[in-house]
Design a protein. Structure first.
Lengths: 111, 112
């Protein structure tokens, strides 16, 4: 079963606008990670936020985590056409060392 | 530079064939994973391994097996390929729980 679920499934914005994607998960976590995937390629790690952190920044990325609501959001500010990709949240599962991803948000940034 | 390499980028196999997908990492990572990715379903975990010769089933292990004889190599085996196994297969590795995962470029497998 999937641990993380992103919404929206797809998002289309103009260059320069901000993009916000949300992720909800089901069980308690130690950390949550966000990844990006360009079309037909492998995933690339963007940012990790630990369960005792509420917000984290990396360049134009801002991630928030609300453990009481079991949710996280990824904000991309001043989006560019090159940000067009799918974005996934990932958490460590409820047993062992498996590592599960949500279905992703497909972001299109229009020039 | 960190590297996870999958043996093939594209693969076409016939129904009933035994298929091997190979993944090699050069980072001395303990954990390795195989996922399949289908439109609208995201990444689904097939198997993972946390050490040499150790493996655990993920969410969708049916029809697949794995082998990890050496730390750097994690193989996914389709014992008898079927058309519903047509998919993008992604391999990943990481040091341990909670660490960043590194992905291969993916293998797009078509079973005809």
């Amino acid at each position: 079963s999937q641990q993380g679920e992103e919404d929206p499934q797809a998002l289309s914005i103009q260059e320069g606008e901000n993009a916000t994607m949300n992720c909800s998960y089901k069980t308690s976590i130690n950390n949550l990670q966000w990844y990006r995937q360009n079309s037909g390629r492998g995933l690339v790690h963007l940012i990790l936020i630990r369960s005792n952190e509420r917000e984290k920044h990396s360049g134009r990325l801002r991630v928030t985590l609300d453990t009481s609501k079991k949710s996280s959001s990824l904000l991309i500010t001043a989006s560019r056409a090159a940000d067009t990709a799918s974005y996934f949240c990932a958490t460590d599962g409820s047993y062992g060392q498996n590592f599960v991803f949500g279905p992703g948000t497909r972001l299109s940034v229009l020039p | 530079d960190v590297k996870v390499t999958q043996s093939s980028r594209y693969l076409v196999k016939r129904t009933g064939e035994k298929v091997f997908l190979e993944c090699v990492q050069d980072m001395d990572h303990e954990n390795m994973f195989w996922y399949r990715q289908d439109p609208g379903l995201g990444l689904r975990l097939i198997y993972f391994s946390y050490d040499v010769k150790m493996k655990e089933k993920g969410d969708i292990p049916e029809g697949y097996s794995v082998s990890r004889e050496k730390k750097e190599r994690f193989s996914l085996i389709l014992e008898s390929a079927s058309t519903n196994q047509t998919s993008m297969y992604l391999c990943a590795s990481r040091t341990g729980t909670g660490d960043e995962a590194f992905f291969g470029q993916g293998t797009r497998l078509t079973v005809v």
